[in-house]
Design a protein around this ligand. Structure first.
Ligand SMILES: C[S@@+](CC[C@H](N)C(=O)[O-])C[C@H]1O[C@@H](n2cnc3c(N)ncnc32)[C@H](O)[C@@H]1O
Length: 354
């Protein structure tokens, strides 16, 4: 059994008597679920990331917060809080709407990751929110008395520069906005120029589907987030698979594709889903953190995965913060690599599988 970290220990200590049915949200190593089960509770586990879900201890019932889960018996929620306030707000809405009326939520975090907006995010769905005393640079926010539920996530927005309607849950990277790196990747993929004005015009033009044209080939949006890249590629005529390890991301991508009336096959997976092979194109804006910690290991693994999934001659298009050491990794795992776009912060590289 994994040793709980200081945040998990504080959450557990603050919760005290757990009651019969406990929901653990985003348990990073299964430690909270194991500790709750050892106290005799029936444990439900809601993990946004499939890697966390796979580490839930045997006997834990996995639930998906994006899919109207039955949480009616849950009176205690143990939750290492995510960094994004939008993710806290989204999950708080689900908990308030679906848990027992006398539920108490114990959301913990390192002091450096807790911001006052998280109290407000919890306070939008719970009438009572208070903070514990700090311990080992960590703290717990306790939320109770759910208020009548108002569901405000997933949210939608029109990305006029791409002519795309984006739909996103609160835990998704960039939620309903267009990340700068993603914008640069799309400019590179669609042949639009780097100048904002001229680029936007040319990009709009190049986002039209080829009239009656052939399918361009099989493409993968690897780590699809809200599904903007997948949607643009599908509109261009690619046969698109989109994948992400996050439940919120795959649910968002499905909604974004539907909102734009394009067909995209969406799968939740750690890296390239098994069976997705012989690709002509992989497009990827890789993650730079895992939970609250900076971590490039998933990006390295995704580049290597892309190398295995491309057919000879197929291409990986990758955007990343230019200080990161991804170019030699792409060259090693995929093949010859060139820089196709750059701005002061980001690089887009294209690697061809040999
Ligand atoms: C920087 S975001 C990019 C999202 C989206 N493509 C965009 O450009 O807006 C990276 C995405 O990779 C996903 N991700 C992280 N680790 C992953 C893994 N091991 N396998 C698949 N997806 C992963 C994250 O959930 C996140 O949605």
């Amino acid at each position: 059994m994994a040793e709980p970290d200081p945040v998990a220990r504080l959450i557990f200590d603050e919760a005290g008597d757990l009651g019969d049915v406990v929901l653990v949200v985003d348990d990073l190593d299964g430690a909270l679920a194991s500790a709750a089960a050892a106290r005799g509770a029936r444990v439900l586990g809601a993990c946004d990331d499939v890697r966390d879900e796979e580490r839930l201890p045997a006997g834990t019932t996995a639930v998906d917060l994006t899919n109207e889960p039955d949480l009616s018996e849950v009176r205690t929620v143990l939750w290492p809080l995510p960094k994004a306030v939008s993710a806290v707000a989204d999950v708080a809405e689900v908990l308030a709407a679906r848990c027992a009326p006398d539920v108490v939520v114990y959301g913990g975090g390192r002091d450096k990751h807790l911001v006052h907006a998280m109290n407000d995010a919890l306070g939008a769905s719970f009438a009572e929110v208070s903070a514990s005393r700090g311990r080992q640079k960590s703290r717990v926010l306790r939320a109770s008395a759910p208020t009548p539920p108002v569901r405000t996530w997933p949210r939608r927005a029109a990305l006029t520069e791409l002519d795309v309607e984006v739909v996103a849950y609160g835990g998704v990277f960039a939620t309903t906005t267009l990340d700068r790196g993603t914008r640069l990747l799309l400019r590179a993929l669609t042949g639009a120029g780097p100048s904002a004005d001229r680029g936007d015009e040319r990009q709009r033009a190049s986002h039209q589907p080829p009239p009656g044209g052939p399918v361009l080939g099989r493409a993968l949006d690897l780590g699809c987030g809200s599904g903007i890249v997948a949607t643009v590629l599908a509109r261009l005529g690619w046969d698109v698979v989109a994948c992400d390890s996050s439940a919120a991301a795959v649910a968002s991508t499905r909604l974004t594709a539907r909102a734009n009336d394009v067909a995209v096959t969406v799968q939740r997976a750690d890296g390239v889903p098994s069976g997705v092979r012989d690709l002509e194109l992989v497009a990827c804006n890789p993650p730079f953190h895992r939970g609250t910690a900076k971590d490039s290991s998933a990006a390295f693994a995704m580049i290597a995965d892309a190398g295995r999934a491309l057919r000879p001659g197929g291409q990986l298009w990758l955007v990343y913060n230019s200080h990161l050491p991804y170019l030699p990794v792409a060259r090693e795992h995929v093949g010859p690599t060139r820089i196709v776009q750059r701005d002061p912060s980001y690089l887009v590289i294209c690697s061809t599988k040999i």
